[in-house]
Every structure is written in C-alpha cells, then in structure tokens.
Design a protein around this ligand. Sequence first.
Ligand code: ADP
Ligand code: MG
Length: 239
Amino acid sequence: MNDYLKLEGIRKRFGDAQVLNGVDLSVAEGELVTLLGPSGCGKSTLLRCIAGLAELDGGSIVLERRELTSLPPRSRDVGMVFQSYALFPNLTVSQNVEYGMRMRGMAPAARRSRCRELLAMVDLEEKRDMYPQSLSGGQQQRVALARSLAVQPKLLLLDEPLSALDAKIRKNLRAEIRQIQRRLGMTTLFVTHDQEEALILSDRICIMNQGRIVQEGSPEQLYTAPRTEFAARFMGSYN
Ligand code: ADP
Ligand code: MG
C-alpha cells in the first residue's frame, strides 16, 4: 500500500494519563479510514495531534512525504470537521466557507466562485447569506464540511461529525459525505464510536482502545473475524 499518510509511534500524555500509547497507521491516497473506539480511547486527541491543535510527545506524522510535526496547523494542508459545528456565529454561511481562503490571501472573485461551487456541492446555495444559528444541525455540518474543503486539504479529518444529529439526518449526511469523499478522492480519517456508521462508510476500519489501534481491516474482516473479545464486542459480532 502506498503511504500517503503515515503515523508512527504517536504518543501523547496529559498529566499522568498516557492517552496515545504508540499509534501506527498508514492511509493510502483517496482512502477513507475509520477510527472506531469507545469514548475516551484517544480518537479526538489523535486527530487534534494530526491537525496540529495538540502537541505530540513522540512519534512522526508524514503526509505526502512531508513531516508535519513541527509545522503550524495552517501549513499542514489538513481540514477538520468537529462534532459540534464550530462555525463562526457572527459570519454568514458564505463568509464561513470563504474564511480560510481569505486567510490565505485568495482573490475575492476566486473565493466567491469556489464558495459557490462548494455550497452547490453540499446543496446549500440558497442559504449563503444566512447565519449559522438559523440553520439546522445537519445544514451546519454541511457548511462545516464545505469550509474544511475550501482550501483543498490533502487530508480531511472528521471527528464524529454525525453524532449530534437526528437519526434520519445522520443517515442522509452519512451518504452525502461518502459521495463527496469518493468524488473528490479525498483521503479521509473518520472518527466514530458508532459501529454501524463505520461498517457502512469505511474502506478500512481501525479499532482503537486505550490509546492504541488494536486491530485493523476491511469492514467485512472486522465484523466476521474479530481477533479479540474487545473487538468482537465492539463490532457487535459477539453477544
Ligand atoms: P475520544 O475522542 O476517543 O472520546 P479523547 O481523545 O477526547 O477521547 O480523550 C482521551 C482521554 O484524554 C480522555 O481520558 C480525556 O479525558 C483525556 N483528555 C483529552 N483532552 C485532554 C486535555 N486537554 N487535558 C487533559 N486530558 C485530556
Ligand atoms: Mg472524541
């Protein structure tokens, strides 16, 4: 497999708690890999380390042959969507989407045209002048997705982007995310604690527990041949 993203020996502690305990992971270009694990196992911390929002204690992160660990977040070419929408409340939808492009000094006309494209992709063109608070949760997550893709990241990090949504909206957005990811060929790390979501969305699943990846494989492999009781229970293939 080509290693478009390669994590080696990622370690992170908070005080006495060793939260990431030597994470190794390779992701191929265009692949959607899910990190699946119980609450508190270190999924968000791992994504935050990759995005540069938290500092590593050890290990390396290489994205398209570039070592990221000493780069500031803005230079990493990584987009991130969080569980809670995290849009700027005082900016309109289009201003939110254009924010990162403006920070990078993109010309206004190019920004506007790219923004239109992205809002069309998430089917929110008619909401462009609205403020986040007047949108539904699902719509806000679609804006967040458009915003994270605006600067054409090399890697997309999705941290439980569907968890706060109602069941029906969650299913729609799940399908939409997969479609967009495929169409763009966007290399994606998707975090969830929901087995069904992982089974449906992923090219590959990594099961995490206590700061480590304990098993990885295709959805079929993990569902039918879990290697540990933990993995079996967690995949729902063991009762
Ligand atoms: P997950 O996303 O898998 O639920 P997290 O990465 O959020 O897990 O958290 C893993 C562990 O690290 C938890 O025990 C959490 O309390 C702890 N933790 C996360 N962030 C911090 C922080 N900034 N300071 C101290 N402890 C933290
Ligand atoms: Mg989390």
